[in-house]
Structures are given as C-alpha cells and as structure tokens.
Design a protein around this ligand. Structure first.
Ligand code: GAL
Length: 727
C-alpha cells in the first residue's frame, strides 16, 4: 500500500515536473528575472557567500556543456534546469573545439557559446565559465588542440614558456570574446575558472608546477574581468578562490576556512553520477545520496554547489576523451542525454532546491553553527534568524546502518541511516532518504523506422602507404589525430599452423588481418592464434590500430603516444624490426563517404556477407515533428562510427558491459557501485539530434570495423517518460 502511494505521488511529481519543462509560460516569469541582466552587477564575496549587488547568495548550480547538446536543445534543457530551482549554469569552454588550427576560430553550431549564454541570460540564469584551458571533462585531450603538442619544447601545464605563451594567447582571445557577458558588464557570468584540478597533479611537476599554478592565477587576475576567479582543487594560492570537487565536500570546508578564512566555500563538482566506459555498466548514483551530500554541504556552511553533470548530453563526433569512454555522456544526470527529466532524480532535486531557496535567508543569516551531537552518528546543524525568529535545521545520520531515534527540542525524531532531514521551525519537511531505494525509471525507446535498400561498400586492402620504417611508428605523429585509424602492414614468415601473434604493447585496439582475411580484434595486450587457413610460409600481416579518444587526464599530456609499440612477436620470433608500411585513415574517410556530397563517388552494392571494414549507407525520408527525440538502435553491429547528413554522431561500440556492483552507497558512494545494465551492450542507443536531420530525405552513413548486420539497425524515438498532456 505504501508502495502504491509512493508511486502515485511520484507520478504526480513527474507530471508536474514534466509540465514545467515544456511549458515556458509556466516558468516563474522569465521576463522579470531577465531584467536583472543588462545592468552591470557588483560581484564580490566574503567567507560566507558570493555577494551580488550587496545581497548574499546561496547558489545551486548545474553543469551543462553547450557542445554536448545541439542548439535547439539548449533552451528546453535550460528551462527545465531553471524550473528545478537552479540559479547558476557551469560550463567549460573547449579550446580544441574553438581553435581547430592556430589562429582560426570556430563558434558555429554547437560551438556557439554566446548563443548559449544569451539563453542563460534571458532565463535569468547566472553562469560560471571554466576557461581551463585544460578542462579534463572526458573531452578529447582534455580540451587541448592537437597542434599544441607539435610546438617545439612545449610542456603542457608547466612553467614552460611555449605553453604559457599559447595559453595566454587563447585565454586572452576567449576571455575578450566573452567580455560583454561578465556580470561586471551586465552579463550573466559571475564566476570564472582558470586551470582545472591542477593541485592533484602539481607534485608531478615539482617546483616548476607550483610556479605555473601561481602564474596561471596571476595571469587570470590580470585579465581584469570584474568578477572573481576560482581554481578547483588548488589549495596553495590565495589570490583566487579555491573550490572543492568530490562526491562529498562538507569535511573540506573547515580545512578550507583554516587556510583561507576570507574565502567562501564553493563546490564546483558534485558528481551526481559518473561518466561511462566502453565495456562498463551505466553509472548510477541514487538521488538519496546526492541530496544527502548537498544537505551536508549546506549544513557545514557551503554556499555554492554545482552538479557536475546535471545534464551530461552526448559527446558527438570524435570529441570523446580517452581511453575508452562512451559517446553518451548521460552521467546519470537529473536531465537525461535527450533533455528529459530523469526520475526520481529530477523531481526529488526540484523539491529539495525549492525548500533550500525558501529558507536560504535563515541559512545565510549566520555563520554555520557547530553541529550538536544528538546520538550515535546523529547531529543537528541548527540555523536561526534573529530578525524573523524562524529556524532551519539539518538533522543528519551519517552512520551507514541503523535507524536512530533522537530527541530535539522535546520532539522525537527517527533518522534513517545516511540521511538528512530538513527541519523548518523544528518540524521535519524533507528527508533525503525518503525516495525508496530502487531502480530509476528506465530510459525507453520505440522503433519508428527500419531501413531498406541499404548500400554497402567495403574497404579494399590495396593500400597506398605513406610511411615506411623498420619498426612500427608512433600513431599520432602520422594521423595528427585527424582519424582514429592507422594501418600497420608487414611481411611475416609463418613456421607452423596455429602460430601465436603477440602485440603486448598497443595503446588502444587492433583489428588483425592476414592476407586480407580478418583474424581477430584485441583491446590492450593482444595474443592471437593464427587460424588453420594461415599455412606455413610467407604472408602479409595487416593490423589496423584504432585510437579510441585521446587521454583527458594524465600528467605530461604533451607526451601522449598511441599505436603499436615493440615488441611484436610471432611465436618466439620478434618481428618488430621486419620493416613496416603505414597509412593513416581508412579509404572511406579519404573519399569522404560520410559526406552526402561525396558519398556518390563510389559504387554501393546490396548488403551481402557483412565483411569487416565496411561502410553502409541508408537514405530515407523523415517527417520531422517538434517533439521528436531520436536515436539509432545499433544492436547487431560491433564497433565503428555513425554519420548523419555529414555530421559525426560519434563512435559506437556494442561491447557488453560487465563489472556492476551492488548499490551499497550508505557510508560513501563511489562510481564502482550501483551501475546498471551489465550483460547488455554498454551503449546500444546513439542520440541523433533533430538539428542534424532534415524534413524529407536524409542520409546515414556507418563505418563498421568488424561485423555488422545493418538491416537490424532501427531509428527509435525516446519514449517521453511522462504523460503527453503537457505537450
Ligand atoms: C573531474 C574533472 C571533470 C571531469 C570529472 C569526471 O576531476 O574536473 O572535468 O573529468 O572529473 O567526470
């Protein structure tokens, strides 16, 4: 019965939330809020909070990366975010997206950062811009353009002149580009970040690293933008605000205030989920734990908290970092990859935010009180307003097990393990553990189209090599990260049937062929038995090494290398120095088969045989309608890349997920818990944004590396997870 009631209540909430999302008119008067922008704001701070035009702010913030959605999604996603009680949007800017070659800039399509900021301003949302320029973010090369690596003598993120010169050029450019958008000039941006978690890697750079961190802060301050600069996880610099990143940050506040008593407590990354790896389960962090962490944070004096990611979206094209991160960047965010509220996370957060905002005047009216211990693992942080006589308290049980019964103010409270109750005037009005632990509402899709008359074109092994060397060459020096693919070809002498080929030192993935015949695929250290058709004698070994995203978190990223490294052995014979021919790109890329203007340049046949290294082309008609949210269900395929009307949707890989663990977050969550979807493909559905589709004729091109049954692919519609009445 209780369960039934709960579901009824949940459905109601979902319905209400759904209406918020799509009906802009129901938002709390967008126009009135927008009026606060246009005039310069004075943004300052003290130890308690950010202060805007003299007013203290308790800021609830949400990470949304503009290039991880397409422009038509920005408004509904931001509206749904605003409707959930969020005040502040946090985004990085992405150097490699905006400056693809030195001195040429791209702000088109989903790189149109000012169009995104315009919507934030219009909706009355403040913004934090994290300029980096190193951003991590599961973004290719952590945001660094590949050309940066090719500058002589460069050492990334170090006190190194070539790097600092490039960093200042870009930072000056982008900071000036956004100048009208700082609150000091009447825009929505109230905080700016330089670098990203450098403190975690600083030691690896020794004294030079410490000098660099100081320089980065000084340089940022010299750009004079009239709003505070922050650095996250950087506790050795006094001239910018140091902020926390983590699953929980309340214990950090005291440490922070001891070092910097005049800085407010800001939490730049509260991870409400996590990113997904290929072959990994779908990360999931229950909303009960997320809100527990936020409540603890505010109770201890935090005054800005950001969900990283609130809406994760999709990492389109080849922008996913590495190694081995999925195209979906859903992140278990409160708004899902497709822009819909993800329940119960969205509605629970909305309710929690509404309460916090309703009583923030009490919370911010004083310094955080010292928590009072009421029982085993139970404490209360009791805020009261001298001015109004109201009180607001956080009653927390930080024990992993056991319901505790405690007395407060003459009243008995039962407190669930790992929970916080919010008390207004000593009456409990919200319990972070209240949503029963259970499965989140699964994301569902319905097929709307299967494809006919599919064209097929297979790569040939008649390759024109561009490089020769005794040993296999490093991949990135040849591909310059313009493609995932590099062919390595050599002659081998097989001495017995069933010989063992070993490639213990590859950076990512290989597809191995002998005499044009597919043998096997390997990820990481690879040992392959050559099958019985490979007889004794001379053969050609053809290995396609596939780079799956450039590393986004590491020390000395300028030293990143990829490809096949020595030794390569056949049985006990080292064949590394056999003489190798190499060639970047697969032919279909060179011919630009993914581009509708060029796809007609080859003869497409009917689907037959499903060989490896094959391109498939689907032409189809579509009647677009306003609330379409589409994906490709790629079940039946193996690994490759998807293009829609020339836009790269991203890498796909149907590798099965494994390694899911029980959801025992009480006591402390980590991403190795609570994953979903083990035994299923780590990513089956690939978001196709309607911005990239046309009403009428469309063309999808798929490059399959291994094996695929393209006839099984379907275009699917994301099932909108609540009633249609709102639409
Ligand atoms: C943080 C980093 C973010 C993101 C996150 C994991 O350490 O600052 O950019 O990479 O980890 O999703």
């Amino acid at each position: 019965m209780y369960k039934n009631n709960y579901y009824y209540y949940l459905l109601l909430l979902i319905f209400v939330a759904g209406c918020f999302v799509v009906d802009a008119k129901s938002l709390d008067s967008v126009e009135t809020v927008a009026a606060k922008f246009g005039v310069p704001l004075n943004v300052s701070y003290d130890h308690r909070s950010l202060i805007i035009n003299g007013e203290r702010k308790l800021l609830l913030s949400a990470s949304i990366h503009y290039p991880r959605a397409t422009p038509s999604m920005w408004r509904p996603v931001l509206e749904a975010t605003k409707a959930a009680g969020i005040d502040l949007i946090e985004t990085y800017t992405f150097w490699n997206l905006h400056e693809p070659t030195p001195g040429t800039y791209n702000f088109e399509g989903n790189a149109n950062v000012t169009a995104f900021l315009d919507i934030c301003a219009e909706l009355g949302l403040y913004v934090t811009v994290r300029f980096g320029p190193y951003v991590c973010a599961e973004w290719n090369y952590g945001g660094f353009p590949f050309w940066l690596k090719e500058i002589d003598g460069i050492v990334f993120r170090d006190y190194n002149q070539p790097f600092m010169d490039q960093m200042s050029n870009w930072m000056t450019y982008i900071v000036n580009y956004l100048r009208p958008y700082y609150a000091s000039n009447g825009g929505p941006i109230i905080l700016a970040q330089v670098e990203n978690e450098y403190g975690w890697l600083e030691a690896a750079y020794g004294a030079s690293g410490t000098k660099y961190a100081l320089w980065a802060a000084q340089f940022a301050n010299s750009l004079d933008i009239g709003i505070p600069w922050i650095m996250c996880s950087q506790d050795d610099i006094a001239t910018v605000i140091n902020t926390c990143n983590g699953f929980y940050c309340h214990d950090w506040i005291d440490v922070h205030w001891t070092a910097y008593p005049n800085q407010p407590a800001f939490w730049t990354e509260n991870w409400p989920g996590w990113f997904q790896n290929w072959e990994g389960g779908v990360p999931h962090r229950p909303v009960q734990d997320v809100l527990y962490s936020v409540a603890r944070w505010i109770a201890y004096g935090g005054s800005m908290m950001n969900y990283y990611m609130w809406f994760g979206g999709t990492t389109f094209g080849r922008w996913t970092g590495g190694p081995f991160i999925t195209t979906s960047y859903d992140y278990d965010g409160a708004i899902d990859e497709y822009g819909y509220p993800y329940e119960p996370k969205y509605s629970q957060s909305l309710e929690f935010h509404t309460i916090i905002h309703a009583y923030e005047h009490i919370i911010l009216s004083m310094n955080p009180p010292k928590p009072i211990l009421l029982g085993e693992n139970v404490e209360i942080s009791h805020f009261y307003s001298v001015e109004t006589g109201e009180s607001f308290s956080f009653l927390a049980n930080f024990g992993a097990t056991g319901v505790q019964t405690v007395q407060w103010n003459g009243i008995t409270f039962k407190v669930q393990p790992w929970s916080v109750q919010l008390l207004y005037n000593n009456v409990s009005i919200f319990d972070t553990s209240a949503t029963p632990i259970g499965s989140p509402v699964p994301k569902q899709f319905t097929p709307i189209k299967s494809f006919e008359n599919i064209g097929q074109w297979s790569e040939s092994f008649d390759l024109t090599f561009t490089n020769y060397s005794e040993t296999p060459m490093e991949q990135l020096s040849l591909t310059r990260d313009q493609t995932d693919y590099l062919w390595y070809v050599t002659k081998i002498e097989v001495n017995r049937v069933g010989a063992q080929l070993s490639l213990p030192n590859i950076s990512d993935m290989v597809h191995v062929f002998v005499d044009n015949q597919y043998i096997a695929t390997g990820r990481g250290p690879t040992n392959i038995t050559l099958n019985s058709t490979i007889g004794v004698g001379g053969h050609t070994l053809q290995v396609l090494h596939t780079k799956v995203g450039l590393v986004n978190y590491a020390e000395h990223m300028e030293a990143t290398v990829a490809g096949i490294f020595e030794p390569v052995t056949l049985d006990s014979v080292d064949i590394s120095s056999n003489g190798w021919s190499m060639k970047p790109f697969v032919q279909g890329e060179t011919l630009q088969l993914y581009n509708p203007n060029h796809s007609g340049s080859v003869q497409w046949t009917n689907v037959t045989g499903n060989p490896p290294l094959t391109w498939y082309k689907f032409n189809f008609n579509l009647e677009l309608s306003s609330n379409m949210s589409l994906a490709l269900d790629m079940l039946g395929m193996t690994k490759g890349m998807i293009f829609v009307n020339g836009y790269n949707i991203g890498r796909y890989w149907l590798a099965l997920a494994y390694g899911c663990n029980p959801c025992t977050y009480q006591g402390g969550y980590s991403p190795s818990m609570c994953q979903l979807g083990c035994g299923e493909p780590s990513q089956q559905y690939y978001h196709v944004p309607t911005d990239w589709l046309m009403n009428g004729e469309n063309e999808i091109v798929i490059f399959e590396e291994v094996y695929g049954n393209p006839e099984a692919i379907t275009l699917v519609q994301r099932v909108i997870p609540y009633t249609n009445d709102c639409y």
